[in-house]
Structure formats: C-alpha cells, structure tokens
Design a protein. Structure first.
Length: 374
C-alpha cells in the first residue's frame, strides 16, 4: 500500500522500527520493534509493543496519545517513553525513545512484503504430574572458567526442561534450594568462594513446577555435594521490601498467562542498570534482589498480591552484586544519571527497602564435599 493512502490523523495499524540500544560487549545491539496501535472505545488510542527478537509477549504500553502530529507512549516496565512526529502523509513517525538517555527511534508502516512476523507464543508445555517426585536424570557440574567474558556474571535460569546456572557457588545453589541468603549459611569458605556451572535435565515427562525444580536441586546437593546441615535461629541483618506512603507507582497488573516471571535480568546502559520486570510477583522481585544484588536477605512485606509489569533504572555501587557490579558505559549526560538502588526503587516504584535485624533461620553445614565427577 502506498504511503499516500494513509491519513496522518488515523495511526491505527502496525508500525515497525529498529532501536539501537548499545550494551557492554554489544556496541551495535539492535532490536526490531513492532508497534500495534488501535482506536480505544473512548476515542483515544491503545498500543502494544513487541520486541520480536526477544519475546513473543507484548509489552504493556500506556499514555498513548496523538495531539496534532505529536505521538507519544510509555512502557512502564522499561521506565521509558517515546515521542515522535507523524509525517504529513501518515506513513512514518520520526522520534526519540528515552530510557535514561535519548535514542533515535523511527517507525514506518510496513507493506505486506516488508512486514515482520510477530513470533507465535510457544505452545504451553505439558506440566509434570503434580505427584511426581523428579530428580535430575542428567546433571553436569564443572568449575566456572574465570577467563570467559561472563566470568563475573551469576545466572540461574530455566530454559524449557533444562536447569542452567553459570558462575554460581554452592552457597548460591543452597540459597535457591532452601530460601536462605548466603549470609545465613555457615560452612567452609569454599562453599561461597568456588564457582560452578550446572546443566541439569529432569527425569520423567512434562514441565516441572517451581516446587519440583527446587526438589531436584535439593537432591542434587545431597548426592553430588554430600550436603548435610541443621538450622538454628539467630539474629540476622535483612531488608524489608514494603510499599511507601504514597503507594506503588509505575506498576501494572500483568496480562501474561505464564506461571513464570520474565525480564528479571538487568540491562546496562550509560544511565545505569535497568530491570524490565514482567509477570513478576513481589516475592520473586524480593528474591531476585536477595540473590543477585544485595548482601543480605530481602523479605517481601508489600502485601501486593498477583503479578506485575514494572521497571526501574539505578546506578549500582561496590557493595552490590557481590562486589562486582556490572561495568557501565561512560555516561552521555551526567544530568541523566540514575539514582542509587534504594532511591530508585522509592522514586520509580513507590516501594522502599528498610534495613532491620530480626531472628531468622541460619543453615549450619555439618558435612559437605566438592562435587562428585559428572
């Protein structure tokens, strides 16, 4: 369809554009975006954004408006916004995406021949039987390679029927399996110091539940590390995650039907680290902060039920990420640098992290060994 057939005052339909969003190690990173705009019942506009190279799930888009030729929207989960100018022929939008700093982002109406396909969501996996008691049929554990570019990055993920970790200590695995922060684990120094990579595949059929994955990790620790322990109550320094006086903000109820969160990985930029959390419960958010960022347990006291899409951007310090915060590019504009973690969570999400000391479980290791051979 020729551009002249469009009306600059009717922006309904699909648009597509490419965002160049450099990250460390990938200075030319590009993301293809499909913007799907529709007329709202009240006469306004609605929109969905698809980052088609990252996920088939649309990103919740709000504050969609067209005033004259000025088009705007925001994506709360990315803490970003867009403003552009619709061309006179209605065939393109030239503008700027702001996520910490400004980035050029232009959209065009595609033709049938040039349109990008939005990937279809994968068919939901068949769940593992609820009464199944799975173990890892295959589990490979090897020391992490300190010379790899990601040697300082700790990751724990589930990909389909694979359980994958990278640069994780035994303390990290105990934290996942038993819900205690490494500061609540008392044992030999190597338990926290030695790093391992793990790949595990469950026995049985179907997709394990979250509880079943934890059961498999617990069994792995007992068999491969010969882990034995007991619990004691001790005073523990912790953070409480709660809602601020003005209530939560920039958080929307997730429309995803998946039982798992996504976007719980930080994206570095010149303005700081961004977390585009999607389909995330507050307990999962607290656990991520505890596992990845902070030096003590984080307890969810928000009282917010359900799953949310949200995002925030902050500048890490040396006390976070086990003393190895991600390296950020040189800021392009110091006035746009993001606040620290605690201020960012309060200013951008309406939540707060409060330090407190209270009795909590401490896991005392009675016996443990280096992992057995694969």
């Amino acid at each position: 369809m020729a551009a002249s057939a469009y009306n600059s005052h009717d922006i309904a339909g699909d648009w597509q554009g490419t965002l160049e969003f450099p990250v460390p190690g990938h200075p030319n990173a590009k993301y293809r975006l499909v913007l799907r705009i529709a007329k709202a019942p009240d006469g306004g506009w609605t929109a969905l954004n698809y980052s088609i190279d990252q996920s088939p799930e649309p990103m919740h888009t709000s504050d969609v408006s067209l005033k004259g030729s000025t088009f705007k929207f925001s994506i709360p989960s990315l803490h970003g916004s867009y403003e552009g100018t619709v061309s006179a022929d209605g065939g393109s939008i030239h503008g700027v995406w702001t996520q910490g700093g400004p980035l050029t982002l232009n959209f065009v109406r595609p033709t049938k021949e040039t349109a990008w396909d939005i990937p279809a969501p994968p068919a939901p996996p068949k769940p593992m039987a609820a009464d199944a008691d799975p173990s890892f049929a295959v589990a490979t554990i090897k020391p992490s390679n300190p010379s790899t570019p990601s040697s300082q990055t700790k990751t724990i993920r589930v990909y389909g029927r694979q359980y994958l970790t990278q640069n994780t200590s035994l303390a990290d695995l105990i934290e996942v399996a038993y819900g205690v922060h490494p500061s609540q684990i008392k044992g030999p120094s190597w338990v926290a110091a030695d790093k391992f990579d793990l790949v595990g595949v469950p026995d049985g059929e179907g997709q394990p539940s979250g509880t079943q994955w934890l059961t498999m990790v617990q069994k792995l620790l007992a068999v491969r590390f010969k882990l034995a322990f007991h619990r004691e109550k001790r005073d523990v320094s912790m953070y409480l995650l709660s809602v601020g006086k003005s209530g939560p903000k920039n958080m929307t109820v997730s429309e995803s039907t998946s039982p798992f969160p996504s976007g719980l990985e930080f994206i570095p930029s010149a303005e700081g680290l961004s977390l585009p959390a999607r389909n995330t419960a507050m307990a999962q958010f607290a656990q991520m902060l505890q596992q990845v960022v902070l030096d003590r347990p984080v307890i969810d006291k928000t009282g917010l039920a359900g799953r949310f899409d949200f995002g925030f951007t902050f500048t890490p310090d040396e006390s976070q990420f086990d003393g190895h915060p991600p390296r950020l590019p040189t800021p392009t504009n110091t006035t746009n640098s993001s606040p620290g973690l605690f201020d960012a969570i309060q200013q951008q999400l309406g939540l707060k992290l409060t330090p407190e000391t209270a009795p909590a479980d401490v896991l005392v290791i009675d016996h443990v060994e280096k992992p057995s051979a694969n």
